[in-house]
Design a protein around this ligand. Structure first.
Ligand SMILES: [Zn+2]
Length: 305
């Protein structure tokens, strides 16, 4: 009888650990090394970048129903807004990001909401999902070109390599769960896929389970040498690499935005539109961008990795 009871306990712990890993595996784990674009529409990825039935697919597809909003992946200027035989209703946007010119393409839309030469902010509505042009089924075809678009699409790169998973706007920021402690960012577990790292209920406290190598988690707080990765789960800093969240001033280049010494504090200096910086925290409607500089959240887009 006794060995059976023991086995049952071991088995239930095993199931509990499996369940816990399952819960964590459902947390966002996509990880872009250089997240500069946001996801331009809702919907699941339905086709990847690269070779497809012997042809090259120079973008990615998101399956979404007709009428779903399509948003600018980053701030920029609309370089084309037209009806193409192949692209259907298409919008092209040119961006200058950290000195590099990019052009993004949004195709097969049912309608367009912007005109050529117009400045758009990241996340601004530019059209709606459809199935116009050379398209089967309602979806958004999305391309990213490092440099400008050309007919051979020789500058096309995989959008997934440059996309953050989410964007935090001022309205979505939760000060309570994102304390001002320099922790705004993502940790990625250093060990190879298949290896586990212990996590704990408190910094140095009770063992809680394991997270897998290669996975990435949003950070909610930092305490000493420990990161909180949500759901009362703490991981040792030695076992992860930390990437600070980035943000940028959502104003056209050439415009400037005031920054302050503290939230609602005294004026410090002006920063340029389209400037990128690290984001350390949020308080009372302002983001902490380091060096005692606080910027009104309404002027900033934060890209969480
Ligand atoms: Zn496509």
């Amino acid at each position: 009888m006794k060995p059976f009871v023991k086995l049952g306990r071991v088995f239930s712990i095993f199931i509990a650990v499996l369940f816990f890993i399952g819960v964590l595996a459902n947390m966002p784990s996509a990880y872009a090394s250089q997240a500069i674009f946001i996801k331009p529409t809702e919907g699941q990825l339905s086709s990847s970048f690269g070779s497809r039935n012997g042809n090259m697919h120079f973008g990615i597809d998101f399956a979404a129903s007709t009428g779903t909003p399509v948003k600018a992946a980053a701030a920029g200027t609309v370089s084309r807004s037209y009806l193409s035989q192949s692209y259907g209703n298409a919008v092209f946007i040119r961006h200058t990001i950290n000195g590099q010119v990019w052009e993004t393409v949004y195709a097969h839309m049912s309608s367009r909401a912007v005109t050529e030469g117009q400045y758009v902010k990241a996340g601004q509505l530019i059209g709606k999902v459809g199935s116009t042009g050379d398209s089967t089924g309602s979806h958004l075809h999305f391309e990213t070109h490092k440099g400008t678009w050309n007919i051979d699409k020789s500058n096309a790169v995989n959008p997934l390599d440059y996309m953050g998973t989410t964007v935090t706007t001022a309205a979505a920021a939760k000060p309570q769960s994102n304390p001002v402690d320099g922790s705004w960012g993502t940790v990625k577990v250093k060990f190879p896929a298949g290896y586990g790292v212990n996590v704990y209920a408190t910094p140095g406290g009770a063992y809680k389970g394991r997270v897998l190598g290669g996975h990435a988690y949003k950070v909610y707080a930092k305490k000493g040498n420990w990161f909180n990765i949500g759901s009362r789960t703490w991981i040792k800093a030695d076992y992860v690499t930390f990437t600070q969240d980035t943000g940028y001033v959502d104003y056209p280049a050439g415009y400037k935005v005031n920054v302050y010494r503290s939230p609602n504090g005294s004026f410090k200096e002006r920063v340029n539109g389209q400037m990128y910086f690290k984001v350390y925290g949020y308080k009372n409607g302002f983001y902490d961008i380091g060096q005692s500089r606080w910027i009104p959240a309404s002027h900033v887009v934060v890209i969480r990795h």
